[in-house]
Ligand binder design. Structure first.
Ligand code: NDP
Length: 247
């Protein structure tokens, strides 16, 4: 696993209050990046801040709901003013929603999962793409799921949202292919977090990889030397996968 030097780099991480997002933020901070940490839970962000400080790095805490799109627009303007660029964007915040037959999904829950998992990531790209273009090595990383392609009964809402995220990020990767930006998807695989517990309450969490272990792979995707774009990195395999193109 490559461990890049990220000193002087600025990284936005969404869903940084716990789980994979918090672990990714800490891993990026330990590699030297300044972290701009987004989530709704202030206590979780403050706990992350303590860990980042203990690791000798620094963070800016931004308590917000990623479905507050105007706040995401303001974030772009504020980061432009303070840093003038963005090197790393980790779109990790995610919502599972109900595991239920497609015909039974509550419309409010549909809207919320699509807003968090898809629209917020589009609004982040819309707001932050100009700043990623000002970096000499902009890295956009979005956390997807095996559920996007491994379709199962009752997971329709979450699967639809992650499949849409995949298409969004692959489109962005094509549009930025001739720039220094590299945009990829990350599939963590089953990971010991609150979301996994919500999905699989009967499972023994100790049988699962930790968020800290899984998040180390984010460093590969944040590496300024990375060549790959428009791909999916699978944490279980520790490698990039190509998306299949139709004949
Ligand atoms: P957690 O539930 O532990 O963490 C989710 C994070 O997203 C929290 O920090 C939460 O912060 C944030 N979040 C959720 N909704 C919002 C919102 N409206 N505004 C701002 N932040 C929000 O989940 P994981 O760490 O497991 O999941 C991280 C990513 O990994 C997700 O995209 C998930 O789909 C994906 N994933 C996870 C797998 C697993 O097995 N754990 C497997 C495959 C993919 P807060 O509540 O403080 O706002």
């Amino acid at each position: 696993m490559s461990k890049p030097d990220l000193k002087g780099r600025v990284a936005v991480v969404t869903g940084a209050s716990r789980g994979i997002g918090a672990a990714a933020a800490l891993a990026l901070a330990e590699a030297g990046a300044h972290i701009v940490a987004l989530a709704r839970t202030v206590g979780g962000l403050e706990a992350l801040d303590d860990q980042i400080k203990a690791a000798g790095s620094s963070a800016t805490l931004v308590p917000l709901d990623v479905t507050d799109y105007e706040a995401l627009d303001r974030l772009g303007a504020a980061l432009h003013e303070r840093f003038g660029k963005l090197d790393i964007l980790v779109g990790n915040a995610g919502a599972l929603g109900p595991l239920t037959p497609v015909g039974h999904i509550d419309p409010k829950q549909w809207d919320n999962v699509m807003a968090v998992n898809v629209t917020a990531n589009w609004r982040l790209i819309r707001s932050l793409d100009p700043l990623l273009r000002r970096s000499d090595a902009g890295r956009a990383i979005f956390v997807s799921s095996g559920a996007a392609t491994n379709v199962r009964a009752y997971w329709g809402l979450y699967a639809t949202s992650k499949a849409a995220l995949d298409a969004l990020v692959r489109s962005y990767a094509e549009e930025t292919r001739n720039s220094p930006i590299r945009a990829n998807l990350f599939n963590p695989g089953a990971t010991r977090t609150a979301m996994r517990k919500q999905a699989m309450p009967g499972e023994d969490p100790d049988t699962l990889p930790t968020a800290e272990g899984v998040a180390q792979h984010i460093l590969t995707l944040a590496d300024p030397a990375l060549m790959e774009t428009g791909k999916l990195f699978d944490a279980r395999l520790g490698t990039f996968l190509d998306f299949q193109k139709p004949a």
